[in-house]
Each structure stands twice: as C-alpha cells, then as structure tokens.
Design a protein around this ligand. Structure first.
Ligand SMILES: Cc1ncc(C[n+]2csc(CCOP(=O)(O)OP(=O)(O)O)c2C)c(N)n1
Length: 412
C-alpha cells in the first residue's frame, strides 16, 4: 500500500485542508458577498435564468444585524422570537445531554452547535403536513413543534419509556406525527426516501412537500445522486438540502468536492435550481425555504439548497476536533453565530433585549433540567432491562420470516 506522499508523487491530487492543528486558522479564502447583494428571482423563474445563484451566497442579515435586500422572509417578529427561543432551548438541551453522556447516563450524543437555525427555521417555515427527512443535527425541528423533551431524553437514555423501545441509537429519533421521519445511522439512506415520499404525495394530487437533508460529506455517496436524478426527472415536490458545515468528522469538505465547485452548483447538472445560503442567517434560511416551497407546491419541482455553515464543536461525544483542525477555528468563523445574529436583529427591531434573552436562557435550562430529572427517575442507560420477547416486537407491523426464525432460534 503506497503512502499518501508517494501517491501524491504520481500526480494524484488528495485534497488537504489549509489549516491543521497548530496552524493559525484562516478563512481568508472564503468569498462572502455583502448581505442583500443577491437578487431574489420570482419563485417560478425558468431554471436557465437561475444558474448564477449556486455560485453566490444569499445573505440577509448584515454585520450590524440589519436585514438587507430581497430575501426577506414572510415571518412575523413573533415567529422569529419563537425561532430564537427554540435555538436557545436546543443549546440548553445539548449542554445537558452532553454532560449526561460524560456522566455515563447514555452511551452517545451529538450536539448541534452553530447549526441551530437549520433545525428550528424549517420547522417553523414549512407546513404541518410537510415531512422532514432530517439529519441527526435537527432536533430543533422537534423542539419548535413542541415535541416533549422528556421523550427525547427517554430515547437517549433508552429507558422503559423510550418511545422507540431501544431499537435506535441514542438521538436517532422518529416522530411521524411531528413531520419528522425516522433517522438512520446509515448516513444518506434517507434522502431518497424523501424524494419518494414527495413523489407519492404529488402522484396523489396533494400539495405537501418533503425536505430531505444530507451533510456535505455524505454527498459523496451514491444515494444522494440517485435522489437528485429522481427529484429532477419527476419534478418531485422536494427541497433537497446539503448542510455544509465544513467537516465530516475529521474529513474536510474538499474531500466531498468543495475545492472544485459549490455543493449548490451540483444542481446544474440535474437541471434544477441551486441556492447557496448563509446557514447562520435565520432570515435568509427562512426566505430560501419559502421560495423553494412555493416552487414545489406550484408543481415546478425540486430545489437544491446548500446551507453554508460551520460545525462549532465536535462531531459527537466520541470525537476530539483538536486532533484535525486548529483549536480556535470555530471562534473565527466569519459568518458568526446564528443565535447572536438573530438576537441582534430582534434587538434592533425593539422586539428583544438582554433581559428577555437571559430570561429565555434560564427558562430553557429549567425546562430541560425538569425533563432530564423526570427521565432519569424512569431510568438511564443500563438500568432498565427489557424482556427478551420485547426485542422481536415493533420491528414490522406483522413479524416477517426473519423475525419468526430468530424467535425460534432463541426458543421462546
Ligand atoms: C453509510 C455510512 N457511512 C459512514 C458512516 C460513519 N459516519 C457517521 S457521521 C459521518 C460523517 C458525516 O458527515 P457529513 O455528511 O458532513 O455530516 P455532519 O456530521 O458533518 O453533519 C460518517 C462518515 C455512517 N454512519 N454511515
């Protein structure tokens, strides 16, 4: 097996990030257009007229927290406050569950840090009959819709009240009635399901849509390209979203193709619109989702959206990002923090202030603390043991031949 160095000598290009641990973090190569500089086309514009959009970056909030340009969402100040409170709740939840993992109450957890807008905003911007095919960093979708926090924690602790009965890894939630399709540990396996779901809705003449999300690292998998083909060919009412948080565990976005083009520009090859948007800008995220949803509901098919963001903390509780990127990189991310930026905007609108912000943080912490205590009283990792028969139930509606064979093998 040749070493990486000798492979480079043969002329094979192996992408490597600009900075590694010990280097000064550097985002000077990023082109960040002024907020408001990308015009918003009509939602029913011909795809041929939209081909520069994937190479820009749609931004609405400027550095002073003022909203600029055409990409303004049809969202009231009240609903933006709900988005902000949801993000704060998401943060409180993440902090508590990360600590719980370190205390041995669960085996695994993943934080959403820096990407909070991407769970909360779609949940509020899309309809209750739409379906989200999420990634594991979208708990904000459930929090925004009032999913009981205790049930999230029961699932994480895999205790006797776990709504998924221990059949899923912690945080791989499933909540159909909240428009949240079952998460899978096999990344990328759900994006095609989202397209199929959308095709079925259109086939039945309904106007609900699917939002199917994938991480930028996972776009290197075939599932993503198959999903794009079906979405394009059948004009499926689906919003395909790539969350480009720059890192796929220790692998940087260049390994999935970011050195050569943008993820949004992959839409061009499929003949669908591609939008690239500042994922830490709540107003811009809301606005592009509205645009794509209008297009999908008008029968004009799929849109690909790249949410350009940054994973501010480790990939999961099993990861240590200081091993592969500069320690200070998160603090200099040039697109800032989604919570701070929305807070600044709402404060400028006289709809929010520091006192309300601190109160919202305290309320969020208290809510999570109460739910965590109640879940802990039911049980934590390893304290509740299930009946062996239970293992074979709830896998399929009716046990299929595999289940029957396994039951026989166990001898029950
Ligand atoms: C099919 C499959 N391959 C590999 C993994 C291991 N794995 C889990 S998350 C992950 C990185 C995914 O990165 P990205 O798609 O960028 O999403 P992010 O975690 O950054 O949001 C990998 C390789 C997996 N779970 N499933």
């Amino acid at each position: 097996m040749p070493s990486i160095k000798s492979r480079q000598n043969t002329g094979l290009h192996i992408p490597d990030p600009i900075c590694r641990p010990g280097d000064e973090p550097d985002f000077s190569g990023l082109i960040i257009p002024e907020a408001g500089s990308v015009p918003r086309p009509n939602f029913d514009a011909e795809e041929q007229t939209l081909r520069s959009l994937p190479y820009g970056l749609i931004r609405t909030l400027d550095d002073k927290g003022e909203a600029k340009g055409d990409w303004q969402p049809n969202a009231s100040l009240e609903s933006l406050i709900i988005a902000l409170k949801t993000m704060l709740l998401n943060r409180a939840f993440d902090a508590a569950m990360f600590a719980a993992q370190r205390q041995g109450k669960t085996s695994f957890f993943m934080k959403t840090s820096g990407e909070e807008a991407l769970g909360a905003v779609p949940s509020l911007a899309l309809r209750k009959d739409d379906m989200c095919f999420p990634t594991y960093r979208m708990v904000g979708w459930l929090l925004a819709r009032g999913y009981p926090i205790i049930d999230l924690i029961n699932q994480i602790y895999n205790n006797a009240e776990d709504p998924l009965k221990g059949r899923q890894l912690p945080i791989l939630y499933s909540a159909r009635e909240y428009g949240f399709y079952s998460l899978s540990g096999n990344v990328g396996s759900r994006i095609g399901h989202g397209v199929g779901w959308a095709m079925a809705k259109a086939y039945r003449g309904l106007d609900s849509l699917a939002m199917a999300v994938i991480g930028e690292g996972t776009t290197a998998e075939g599932d993503y390209h198959e999903a794009l083909t079906f979405a394009s060919v059948y004009k499926a009412p689906v919003i395909l979203c790539v969350t480009n948080n720059q890192w796929a565990i220790s692998t940087f976005s260049g390994i999935a193709g970011a050195e050569e083009t943008t993820f949004a520009a992959q839409a061009l090859g499929y003949g669908i619109p591609g939008l690239r948007v500042d994922g830490n800008d709540t107003l811009a995220v809301w606005s592009v989702l509205e645009w794509a949803a209008k297009r999908a509901r008008a029968g004009l098919g799929a849109t690909l959206i790249e949410f350009f963001t940054y994973r501010a903390e480790g990939h999961s509780t099993s990861d240590d990002p200081t091993k592969y990127r500069p320690k200070d990189e998160p603090t200099i991310w040039p697109l800032g923090d989604p919570v701070n930026r929305l807070k600044q905007y709402l404060t400028n609108q006289s709809a929010w202030d520091e006192k309300r912000h601190q109160e919202a943080i305290s309320q969020a912490k208290l809510k999570v603390k109460k739910a965590a205590k109640a879940a802990e009283d039911i049980g934590i990792l390893g304290t509740s043991k299930s009946d062996i028969e239970e293992m074979f139930k709830h896998v399929f509606e009716e046990p299929d031949w595999r289940i029957k064979e396994q039951v026989k093998e166990v001898g029950i």
